[in-house]
Write a protein that binds this ligand. Structure first.
Ligand code: BJW
Length: 223
């Protein structure tokens, strides 16, 4: 059976990394137009670098929880599973998952906007950093902001149209194109399951749902 799993910020919440749209989420403290758009970066790159430096430090101090570990076991036991994450943290990898597809990029990577070269991000990125490949001062975190094209879309859609089961874990289903994956998978004949703390606004699109903290419901589903 071929499975596509989509994870969101909720799977890392119990590891201490904030979600975006929950009551105390990142978007209650930051304006997403300032820190998660190319226009915000052009206006104030230092502020955006500081925002991602702090998130990178939080991520380094966090540990994978039982949900990441369960998906690590699942991807090891079933190589026909594609684990797609919207998260920019590396907790899936540290939880033992293989072949994780980071559709919104990775905090641990830097990107040169001039030549598209990518490399391991330093602990603190600076606007004056130069690209190791072309020497341009056009470096930025390798993450996908609003208005930009998420990564690995061909690979993800190829997997969705052949999936038998699509599972969304800890995501509000409010950001496209990820929010549309459930509809794509259903159209292709897959069963669909939502695992979340509570029914998301998109829960009606799923065939079934299981609700509770990810660290409890994901291991129960996997094992
Ligand atoms: C728990 C839990 C626990 C809590 N256990 N669960 C109008 C219509 C359609 C589309 C658009 C539109 N206007 C604009 C657009 C496009 C736009 C978009 O979707 N905007 C919406 C706001 C409407 N999208 C884009 O611009 C994307 N690009 C694009 O569309 O390109 C064109 C294209 C077209 C067609 C095909 C392909 C491409 C790019 C989007 C980039 C998003 N970037 C961010 C920032 C990344 C870097 C960073 O981390 O800073 O990605 S925004 C942010 O939201 C981040 C997340 O990955 C993403 C999704 O958030 P997520 O993970 O769902 O978190 P939350 O907080 O929303 O939800 C948490 C959930 O966890 C909740 O449900 C809780 O209940 C649950 N939870 N604790 C289990 N313990």
């Amino acid at each position: 059976m071929s499975i596509v799993i989509l994870t969101g910020a909720g799977i890392s919440a119990e590891s201490g990394l904030g979600t975006f749209r929950d009551k105390d989420g990142l978007w209650s403290r930051y304006d997403l137009n300032d820190v998660a758009t190319p226009e915000g970066y052009a206006r104030n790159p230092e502020m955006v670098q500081d925002f991602y430096d702090a998130r990178r430090a939080n991520c380094r101090g966090a540990a994978p929880n039982a949900a990441h570990q369960a998906l690590g076991r699942l991807t090891a036991a079933r190589p026909d599973t594609l684990l797609v994450t919207q998260n920019v943290d590396d907790l899936h990898e540290r939880g033992g998952a293989r072949g994780v597809v980071h559709m919104h990029g990775e905090l641990s990577r830097a990107l040169c906007a001039a030549c598209d070269h990518r490399w391991d991000a330093p602990e603190a990125m600076a606007v004056s950093d130069t690209c190791p490949a072309c020497n341009a001062t056009a470096t930025r975190p390798d993450v996908v902001w609003f208005g930009e094209m998420p990564y690995h879309m061909d690979r993800i859609y190829d997997a969705l149209i052949t999936a038998d089961l699509f599972v969304a874990i800890g995501t509000s289903g409010s950001v496209y194109p990820a929010a549309g994956f459930v509809t794509e998978a259903k159209r292709a004949g897959a069963e669909t399951l939502e695992l979340n703390l509570e029914p998301s606004e998109a829960y009606g699109l799923f065939d079934a749902g299981r609700y509770g903290p990810a660290s409890q419901i994901v291991p129960l589903w996997v094992d």
